[in-house]
Design a protein around this ligand. Structure first.
Ligand code: HEC
Ligand code: HEC
Ligand code: HEC
Ligand code: HEC
Ligand code: HEC
Ligand code: HEC
Ligand code: HEC
Ligand code: HEC
Ligand code: HEC
Ligand code: HEC
Length: 331
């Protein structure tokens, strides 16, 4: 009898326990399930009462993934309380300026990430929505071409290049910028390793010396309106005007040079003489008859003018000349 009673009561306890668990489970699942649909479109509705203090109760150096501390935001410009326009400025909304209203996220039992703006690389939020968060403060002159540019068209997020929870964003540092670009631009990584290359790999130059990655009206996101103007910004001596100009130089440096790297000297597309012979025929060379060599129909390679890549041995002023008798680019 006692035993039967005991068994019965245990059964009740067990059953009640089970019910409690079931109720708990329901409690956990219900709001989440109800929230799922609308929450995606508009995360949360209210800002948390104590701003960042609320967030940092749960998010700090210990609670976040390795190499990432939410507190890192205070090391950069966004954490500057003296700048009224920054998220932490006088009128700022702190963490929620970027992550959206977080009251619901902070108080509900399940911390469903759909109730807060997720800006991580593998975010559930569409790229355009994530970028709107940033553009709400940053759509100014330097980014007004963003919506027409190739990176936007290819669905890049601002945060594919920018890190915000760090003191110094690597893409803003000359020495580390290119590494960020190379994660996607593998061919360019290889080009900049070639024997002749712009000194990007030594940290002396960055992609952004020539490119504006936020978008420009020019080809290949170049900073200046034309390719040559981009080059002249550092190689001003090639600009002229010169007394004797070499037509292709004023037209387009890339007729002879690559911009990133080359296995030939001086970033050349091709080695001389074949580079020159793309446009000039040796057969027409005034000194050819003096060599006495009969040239094949294609111009040939036998003349003294072409041995050892020789054109530039005599035509030293390949970019043009200011010498009164430099019309043949010889001096
Ligand atoms: C009561 C603790 C708690 C509070 C308070 C809290 N969070 Fe969270 N937060 C969490 C937990 C737990 C997760 C992880 C949830 C998961 O992995 O699904 C999380 C996830 C996040 C994420 C990651 C979303 C993603 O996947 O990219 C962001 C961003 C975030 N919280 C921001 C905030 C902000 C901003 C506040 C202040 C308004 C805040 N949190 C307040 C507990 C909290
Ligand atoms: C200027 C915008 C901005 C502000 C302000 C900001 N964050 Fe973030 N947060 C981001 C971005 C962007 C990411 C994605 C990771 C990255 O870029 O570093 C992120 C990621 C996170 C994550 C996800 C981390 C992970 O990888 O799982 C958490 C949690 C978070 N932030 C919490 C906070 C808290 C707490 C604050 C306030 C103390 C805050 N954030 C302020 C932009 C911001
Ligand atoms: C509430 C407005 C606001 C939001 C939202 C915001 N920023 Fe900013 N951001 C600022 C301000 C203000 C500065 C500081 C400008 C200055 O000092 O010149 C800044 C600076 C920056 C800088 C330059 C940092 C440096 O060290 O020079 C970058 C990059 C940047 N923001 C990217 C982003 C990205 C990406 C997002 C979206 C995840 C974002 N910002 C969201 C206001 C905002
Ligand atoms: C393809 C990589 C890339 C993407 C994507 C990108 N940026 Fe940048 N951003 C850079 C580089 C590189 C710099 C530094 C050189 C420069 O200013 O051109 C920079 C500089 C900045 C600066 C500081 C200088 C300034 O112009 O005020 C801000 C702010 C900024 N980016 C915001 C954004 C925002 C907002 C987005 C998304 C709409 C975005 N960036 C997308 C690469 C990128
Ligand atoms: C997340 C990947 C990613 C990152 C990071 C990235 N890019 Fe791009 N970039 C692309 C894609 C995709 C395209 C378009 C397809 C292509 O031309 O390869 C592109 C195109 C370009 C173009 C060619 C534009 C044209 O009109 O032909 C330039 C220049 C460029 N990126 C420069 C940069 C620079 C500089 C950086 C670093 C500051 C950078 N990219 C970072 C993905 C990326
Ligand atoms: C010295 C100036 C300069 C530097 C530095 C530079 N680029 Fe370029 N880049 C150019 C020019 C000029 C073009 C256009 C080439 C053409 O049209 O012949 C170009 C074209 C590109 C293209 C389009 C595809 C291609 O190769 O033609 C990509 C992508 C690119 N650059 C990425 C980068 C990245 C990433 C970096 C930094 C690691 C970088 N560039 C550094 C000048 C430069
Ligand atoms: C931001 C400045 C800058 C811009 C813009 C620039 N260059 Fe350069 N260029 C350099 C530097 C620095 C060197 C290396 C000089 C050295 O190593 O002594 C260099 C070297 C060269 C060389 C010689 C390479 C060698 O191996 O001898 C050529 C050719 C060249 N640049 C062509 C160009 C062309 C073409 C453009 C335009 C697409 C251009 N540069 C744009 C800075 C620039
Ligand atoms: C007709 C082909 C051709 C064109 C076009 C051309 N270059 Fe060159 N460039 C050369 C050759 C060939 C050399 C190597 C000269 C040598 O070996 O003495 C050279 C060398 C250079 C050098 C390194 C040596 C020096 O003279 O400083 C720079 C820098 C340079 N070019 C920049 C430019 C710029 C900038 C442009 C466009 C304004 C340009 N080049 C257009 C053929 C050309
Ligand atoms: C992209 C085509 C092109 C390439 C490559 C080229 N040139 Fe020229 N070059 C021209 C044109 C066009 C003229 C102007 C011809 C005219 O005015 O009749 C010219 C003129 C000249 C002249 C002066 C001719 C005269 O009658 O005054 C010399 C010398 C010359 N080039 C040498 C070279 C050398 C050396 C190379 C190789 C380093 C070279 N060119 C590469 C197109 C080219
Ligand atoms: C041994 C020195 C020498 C070499 C090597 C040489 N040239 Fe010349 N080139 C000259 C001289 C000298 C003249 C001018 C002749 C004159 O003024 O009548 C000339 C004239 C020219 C002209 C102008 C032709 C004209 O009808 O007025 C061109 C174009 C030219 N060279 C291209 C080249 C090319 C391309 C190469 C390489 C394949 C080359 N040269 C190699 C010495 C040389």
């Amino acid at each position: 009898m006692n035993i039967a009673k005991f068994v019965l009561s245990s059964a009740i306890v067990a059953a009640t326990g089970f019910l409690c668990l079931a109720a708990l489970a329901e409690d956990e699942a219900a709001p989440a399930a109800k929230a799922a649909a609308p929450a995606v479109a508009s995360p949360g509705t209210q800002y948390s009462a104590k701003g960042a203090d609320t967030c940092l109760e749960c998010h700090d150096a210990d609670s976040d993934t390795a190499n990432f501390t939410t507190a890192g935001i205070f090391k950069g410009k966004h954490g500057n309380p003296k700048n009224a326009h920054s998220p932490f400025g006088q009128k700022g909304m702190q963490c929620e300026a970027c992550h959206g209203p977080g009251d619901r996220h902070s108080t509900q039992k399940s911390k469903r990430t759909e109730t807060i703006n997720s800006l991580k690389a593998n975010s559930w939020m569409p790229v355009a929505e994530r970028n709107e968060v940033c553009l709400s403060c940053h759509l100014n002159r330097s980014r007004n071409a963003w919506h027409a540019e190739v990176h936007d068209r290819n669905q890049l997020a601002c945060t594919d290049c920018h890190k915000l929870h760090v003191g110094k964003d690597p893409v803003l540092v000359k020495q580390t910028e290119s590494e960020v670009c190379f994660t996607c631009h593998k061919k360019q990584r290889a080009d900049f390793q070639k024997t002749s290359s712009h000194p990007v790999r030594f940290g002396k130059m960055a992609c952004s010396d020539c490119h504006n990655t936020h978008g420009t009206a020019t080809q290949a996101l170049l900073k200046k309106p034309t390719l040559n103007q981009t080059c002249y910004s550092c190689h001003a001596e090639k600009r002229g005007p010169l007394m004797w100009e070499h037509a292709p130089v004023t037209e387009d440096c890339s007729l002879c040079h690559t911009s990133h790297g080359s296995v030939r000297t001086a970033l050349l597309n091709k080695s001389t003489p074949s580079l020159c012979q793309e446009c000039h025929s040796v057969a027409g060379h005034p000194a050819v008859p003096r060599t006495g060599a009969a040239l094949p129909a294609n111009g040939g390679t036998g003349a003294i003018f072409v041995v050892a890549g020789s054109c530039t041995n005599c035509h030293t002023q390949v970019h043009g000349s200011n010498h009164p008798s430099g019309n043949k680019l010889l001096r």
